[in-house]
Design a protein around this ligand. Structure first.
Ligand SMILES: C[S@@+](CC[C@H](N)C(=O)[O-])C[C@H]1O[C@@H](n2cnc3c(N)ncnc32)[C@H](O)[C@@H]1O
Length: 199
């Protein structure tokens, strides 16, 4: 239940706008209906699931795509078909590979000003999901490393700035949720002026 205030804090600004909202993980269709009602009639909702039965949850505003979030070829086709995505919510299989591959494939595809949202990240701590505290290659460790990537210009050459350095507006951690803002940062690289000294 603690997800709902977080959803509302971040998604409220996108309500009643012409956005494309993608959710991975359709299951019984409840959440795609909820997003349709929440975002309003101008929003296009795209649900992705590996289970063919989920096609039944398509309607005038909801499109269902069948494929695996851990398959880069699925994402290649998806990106060609849907050139615009404003918000992506990953509520799919919750394994480390699935979450990391999805981020790598889809973060660059999010519109400037959009959001990349991954929930149920507690699987990063659960052995049954390939997780474990401080275990390298979990989604939580992956996103902790993104903090350094965000700050790459300040690492005195220790980290090369990347696409993410220039396009992550901010990274926000909640219990079980990581949200990454997609914002081109036009003033990077920059100089930090401290008193008379440029560093
Ligand atoms: C937690 S449920 C989604 C719940 C739904 N978002 C809701 O709130 O009602 C997870 C869903 O992810 C789907 N899934 C599992 N592995 C997947 C994969 N590799 N690619 C896409 N979907 C996957 C499952 O079939 C299942 O329907």
């Amino acid at each position: 239940m603690h997800y709902f205030p977080i959803y509302n804090k971040w998604f409220n600004a996108y309500r009643n706008k012409e956005i494309v909202f993608v959710e991975i993980g359709v299951w019984n269709g409840g959440s795609v209906q909820m997003w349709k009602n929440y975002f309003g009639s101008k929003a296009k909702i795209i649900g992705i699931d590996i289970n063919e039965n989920c096609r039944q949850f398509a309607d005038d505003q909801i499109t269902i795509e069948i494929g695996s979030q851990s398959d880069p070829e699925f994402w290649n086709q998806f990106k060609k078909k849907y050139p615009r995505v404003d918000i992506l919510l990953d509520d799919g299989g919750h394994t480390m590979d699935q979450q990391i591959i999805t981020f790598k494939e889809m973060f660059p595809h999010i519109q400037d000003g959009g959001l990349y949202f991954c929930e149920d990240c507690h699987t990063s701590y659960w052995g049954e999901w390939e997780g474990g505290l401080h275990k390298p290659d979990t989604y939580i460790e992956f996103t902790k490393n993104l903090i350094d990537e965000l700050n790459a210009f300040h690492t005195q050459g220790q980290l090369e700035p990347t696409y993410n350095t220039l396009n992550m507006g901010g990274i926000h951690f909640y219990d079980s949720i990581v949200i990454i803002e997609k914002n081109l940062i036009p003033f990077k690289p920059f100089h930090l002026i401290v008193g008379e000294t440029t560093i």
